[in-house]
Design a protein around this ligand. Structure first.
Ligand SMILES: *[C@@H]1O[C@H](CO)[C@@H](O)[C@H](O)[C@H]1NC(C)=O
Ligand SMILES: *[C@@H]1O[C@H](CO)[C@@H](O)[C@H](O)[C@H]1NC(C)=O
Ligand SMILES: *[C@@H]1O[C@H](CO)[C@@H](O)[C@H](O)[C@H]1NC(C)=O
Ligand SMILES: *[C@@H]1O[C@H](CO)[C@@H](O)[C@H](O)[C@H]1NC(C)=O
Ligand SMILES: *[C@@H]1O[C@H](CO)[C@@H](O)[C@H](O)[C@H]1NC(C)=O
Ligand SMILES: *[C@@H]1O[C@H](CO)[C@@H](O)[C@H](O)[C@H]1NC(C)=O
Ligand SMILES: *[C@@H]1O[C@H](CO)[C@@H](O)[C@H](O)[C@H]1NC(C)=O
Ligand SMILES: *[C@@H]1O[C@H](CO)[C@@H](O)[C@H](O)[C@H]1NC(C)=O
Ligand SMILES: *[C@@H]1O[C@H](CO)[C@@H](O)[C@H](O)[C@H]1NC(C)=O
Ligand SMILES: *[C@@H]1O[C@H](CO)[C@@H](O)[C@H](O)[C@H]1NC(C)=O
Ligand SMILES: *[C@@H]1O[C@H](CO)[C@@H](O)[C@H](O)[C@H]1NC(C)=O
Length: 493
């Protein structure tokens, strides 16, 4: 861009003399490709002063207030040791059934356009018929059902932990710790910027919820090193993002869905950036997956230690934890060598341990195919996982206290576990579970594709133990919940 700006005038005169022959075979456009000479000579060594360009002194236009300042609110961290004043998920006065009954397609969903012509009268010129919220109704940026309220409230819990988490890593690790992990001062300010983005997201979601919007809580983190901090961030933002993709299209309020999309697009970029900081491929998939709200809440809750008195409670389910015994360690250049339970703790999304032997670590290895320091993209000679990999599993019994003040309880309504459900990209794939003990078993990583050339299982993704292999697609995936025995987070790549 810069090159073409600088050389534009040279180019034009060159073109006037003789149009260059096309460099790209088959390219017949008259103006492109053109021959461009890259700048030569010594790079700049002094940096100003430069041109004074026309400008006025602007009148500041302050934005509306945020619900939180840049700086993290509660500064204490750690587990909660007390007794909750209330227990269990928020419940409606009446619950009408145990499962959702499958129905035929919505009878009004019949549109089909065989010829590319508009089928219905257009309301105004250049405006095809249809769409929601396009007929002049005044937008109302407020949740419009219990479903909306609980979904956005869950999103708010997530934004609050991100605000605290990103700041916390910057606070507890030294500049040298970050350098050791390959992250510079510019990277640290980028992480700090991401934390400030969360103040905006938390404010937006609070505004769409109203006075019952939850405040920030106190958290208990599973990392001890910068690498583990970054790994936890890429996991946490993965379920944060996927949790929203799961419910976004189901919201009653299109206005809320509109604004939420605009914030989750930012969260998606955060997730990718944290993968890059961990030296993982930034996005080894063609589609990002969506998960039900109760899944996102299951992953999030164990890291919240307590919330202030009267914090609005959530209605979502907490599933028992599924442990991936031989979860691949992204800090190893040979992930096959990962030891059992090579994670920092026993919670569902605890990061891989980075305190492995130096001669087994890829963190400071400057060898293509083996290094895993921060990078825009990395190739791994040995992938973290592969189709056919035996995946050993253990799972917890329901009835455990989790979440803020240990005031939620893990639960399942499923029968005996029989399958492992792999949720990634557009797909839900089941593999058979071989049970080897009361709460242990194994399966093998599936090999299916989304579309030709796109293996479904890759990246940071989701697995569940289920009692059945019911067929579900992205828009009815939450019907899996009554069949879920336990939930885990799988590091496929
Ligand atoms: C959780 O703990 C905090 C701090 O001790 C307390 O203020 C709050 O009321 C507790 N909430 C519940 C639901 O127990
Ligand atoms: C406008 O569209 C909404 C759905 O988006 C519908 O509920 C409402 O009845 C429509 N209003 C009119 C005047 O047609
Ligand atoms: C919590 O709610 C109760 C009941 O409405 C109220 O009496 C109490 O003052 C509230 N506590 C706080 C800290 O807002
Ligand atoms: C990792 O294990 C798989 C399956 O046994 C094997 O195919 C692969 O070669 C192993 N990787 C290396 C580098 O040995
Ligand atoms: C990595 O290795 C390459 C090739 O040997 C070298 O050019 C580069 O400077 C090295 N980078 C670092 C950060 O050591
Ligand atoms: C990286 O991997 C791709 C295939 O995924 C391969 O085509 C490419 O040659 C690899 N690049 C390097 C530098 O190893
Ligand atoms: C994930 O994608 C990367 C990059 O394309 C590839 O090298 C790797 O083998 C894939 N992993 C799996 C499990 O398919
Ligand atoms: C998985 O468990 C089986 C026993 O069920 C054991 O033989 C195998 O070594 C385990 N594999 C890993 C990678 O832990
Ligand atoms: C499995 O559970 C049964 C019944 O609760 C118990 O008797 C048995 O010892 C357990 N087996 C193992 C390996 O824990
Ligand atoms: C993945 O999803 C696509 C699109 O729905 C489907 O065509 C494909 O068969 C699925 N693949 C697997 C392995 O489930
Ligand atoms: C989920 O949707 C798919 C269509 O995309 C349908 O085939 C399947 O039967 C549905 N599952 C349930 C349990 O309704």
């Amino acid at each position: 861009m810069l090159t073409s700006t600088i050389y534009a005038s040279t180019l034009l005169s060159a073109l006037a003399v003789a149009a260059p022959a096309p460099q790209v075979p088959g390219y017949t456009d008259d103006n492109f490709p053109v021959t461009v000479s890259e700048p030569t000579g010594a790079p700049a060594s002094s940096f100003g002063p430069d041109s004074q360009i026309n400008a006025v002194v602007p009148t500041p236009i302050p934005g509306p207030p945020r619900r939180s300042s840049d700086v993290d609110g509660p500064t204490s961290h750690g587990p909660y040791s007390g007794s909750p004043t209330t227990t269990g998920a928020e419940k409606a006065p009446t619950t009408l059934g145990k499962t959702i009954t499958p129905l035929p397609p919505n009878p009004t969903h019949t549109y089909y356009n065989p010829n590319g012509k508009l089928q219905d009268p257009a309301p105004i010129p250049y405006m095809p018929a249809g769409g929601l919220g396009t007929n002049g109704t005044l937008p109302r940026y407020q949740v419009n059902s219990d479903f909306d309220f609980e979904s956005i409230q869950l999103g708010l819990y997530q934004e609050w932990i991100e605000l605290d988490l990103f700041n916390n890593g910057l606070a507890v690790f030294s500049d040298e710790d970050f350098i050791e992990a390959g992250l510079t001062a510019e990277d640290r300010s980028y992480i700090a910027f991401m934390a400030v983005q969360e103040t905006g997201h938390a404010t937006l979601l609070s505004n769409m919820l109203g006075e019952a919007a939850a405040p920030q809580c106190t958290y208990d983190y599973p990392f001890r090193t910068v690498r583990e901090f970054i790994d936890f961030n890429q996991k946490l933002t993965r379920w944060g993002e996927s949790g929203v993709w799961g419910f976004l299209a189901h919201l009653d309020s299109r206005e809320v869905a509109n604004l939420l999309s605009l914030s989750i697009a930012t969260e998606a970029r955060q997730q990718m950036s944290f993968r890059q900081m961990l030296g993982l491929h930034p996005m080894p998939v063609w589609f990002e997956t969506g998960i039900p709200q109760s899944w996102a809440w299951t992953y999030l809750a164990p890291y919240i230690s307590s919330c202030p008195e009267n914090t609005t409670r959530l209605a979502w389910q907490n599933f028992p934890t599924l442990h991936i015994v031989n979860q691949a360690n992204p800090n190893r250049f040979l992930p096959n060598d990962t030891a059992d339970f090579e994670v920092t703790g026993k919670r569902v999304a605890d990061p891989a341990r980075s305190d492995i032997k130096a001669d087994e670590s890829c963190v400071n290895l400057n060898v293509t195919g083996y290094g895993c320091g921060p990078a825009i993209a990395r190739n791994r000679s040995e992938p973290l996982s592969f189709p056919g990999k035996q995946v050993n599993l253990t799972w917890e019994a329901p009835g455990q206290a989790v979440g803020p003040n240990n005031s939620y309880v893990t639960a399942t309504t499923a029968g005996q576990p029989q399958f492992v459900a792999w949720v990634s990209q557009l797909n839900l794939t089941y593999t058979p579970l071989t049970v080897t003990g009361n709460n242990s078993g194994f399966t093998h990583q599936p090999a299916g594709e989304v579309f030709q050339g796109d293996p479904a299982v890759n990246g940071t993704m989701f697995i569940a133990l289920t009692d059945s292999d019911i067929f579900l697609t992205p828009f009815n995936l939450s019907m899996i919940n009554p069949h879920v025995v336990a939930l885990g987070l799988y590091q496929a790549g």
